[in-house]
Design a protein around this ligand. Structure first.
Ligand code: AMP
Ligand code: MG
Length: 353
């Protein structure tokens, strides 16, 4: 399949790209597009066949449900059975934005889109290209991240091309994804909202709007031993090709431990990468050393993480050591989301030193 690649310049709302991409989705095709979290791979959420194509293009297991993206609040009535008050309040506070809500699905949404579940995940993204495309495509776009299953989510159009060229109909090229990590997912089908995946919108922020919110334990424990509530969270996501280990502890101990492990791995013939932070990065010796940003600036770390993992793949790094770039217990800022993704990328391998 030939993939048409269209660069969409900032603010070009009148261009031909829009009708062309919208038609493509309406006809059952797949179009990758930028959002503020990561690039998405979009198909019509109400067509069974489109969801099937998405799973196939990604190489994703078909029991891993897709998020349905909408562009205006009223459209939610088409895809959910009822809209609870909490959903209304959260949408008012955080949409458009990086928050996905899980609700009971309506009959209009095919089970292929929801991976066989009676619930549906819904989000309104805060990116003008995404919003314009959803509107042009008829209003309901199922879109998981636009990576091959198991690879880090794409934060740049270049990475979408790497994973999807030849497998989908079209790629809309925009700029670097601003946030760099996927949306927060909150399940609103029970009495108390539960966070299934941490993201830019934190528990504290949600609680200010709807009161008590719980967090799925598998996120906090950071172990692979329990089955997470979000079906997709059980798969090993965000994986680089090299074997990644997180080294956690005080600054000096971490530097010493990482340098020692790097030297040992190099002895064994491995090509070794280190993910550090601006504060410590000059103190590592390895084949490739990268900083994710300053510890003072979590946003830059969130934005850089997936890019760095992909760069190590390109450099054929076989072993990676990373500082603990956040804290899964952290309730403020993006530390929990960052660490959740890093732990998954590491297959939960973490050493305390
Ligand atoms: P992605 O769009 O690639 O970031 O993946 C979508 C994520 O949303 C997966 O981890 C899914 O498990 C989760 N998700 C989608 N729909 C539901 C649902 N109905 N209930 C729980 N989690 C969901
Ligand atoms: Mg994904």
């Amino acid at each position: 399949m030939e993939t048409k690649i269209i660069r969409v310049e900032e603010g070009n709302k009148e261009g031909e790209w829009l009708a062309e991409a919208g038609e493509m989705i309406k006809r059952g095709g797949l179009v990758a597009f930028p959002t503020e979290t990561v690039y998405g791979l979009g198909g019509d959420a109400l067509q069974e066949e489109s969801a099937r194509k998405i799973y196939q293009a990604k190489g994703r297991p078909s029991d891993n449900p897709l998020i349905v993206h909408i562009c205006c609040w009223e459209d939610i009535d088409t895809i959910v059975r009822e809209v609870p008050e909490a959903a209304r309040k959260l949408a008012k506070a955080f949409w458009p934005g990086p928050l996905t809500m899980v609700l009971h699905k309506s009959e209009r949404v095919p089970y292929t889109t929801t991976g066989g579940l009676d619930t549906v995940a819904v989000r309104m993204p805060a990116h003008w290209i995404a919003l314009a495309l959803i509107r042009a495509a008829g209003g309901y776009v199922a879109a998981p991240s636009a990576n091959r299953s198991g690879r880090p989510s794409p934060t740049l159009a270049e990475y979408v091309k790497e994973d999807m060229e030849g497998r989908i109909d079209m790629i809309l090229e925009g700029d670097c994804a601003e946030i760099g990590l996927e949306s927060t997912i909150v399940d609103l089908t029970g009495e108390i909202p539960i966070i299934l995946r941490p993201g830019c919108i934190t528990r504290q922020m949600l609680e200010q709007v709807v009161g008590q919110v719980e967090v799925d334990e598998t996120i906090l424990k950071g172990t692979a031993s329990q089955i997470p509530l979000a079906p997709g969270m059980k798969y090993r996501h965000y994986a680089p090709k090299g074997e990644l280990t997180i080294v956690k502890g005080s600054g000096d101990c971490v530097i010493k431990a990482i340098n020692q492990r790097v030297a040992e791995a190099q002895e064994r013939g491995e090509k070794v990468g280190v993910i550090g932070t601006d504060e410590m990065v000059s103190l590592y010796q390895a084949d490739s050393v990268k900083s994710a940003g300053s510890r003072e600036d979590e946003k830059s770390i969130a934005q850089a993480l997936y890019r760095i993992l992909r760069e190590f793949d390109d450099e054929e790094i076989t072993v990676i050591y990373a500082e603990a770039l956040g804290d899964v217990e952290e309730e403020k800022g993006m530390g929990q989301a960052i660490m959740n993704r890093l732990l998954k990328a590491a297959g939960y391998r973490m050493e305390e030193v």
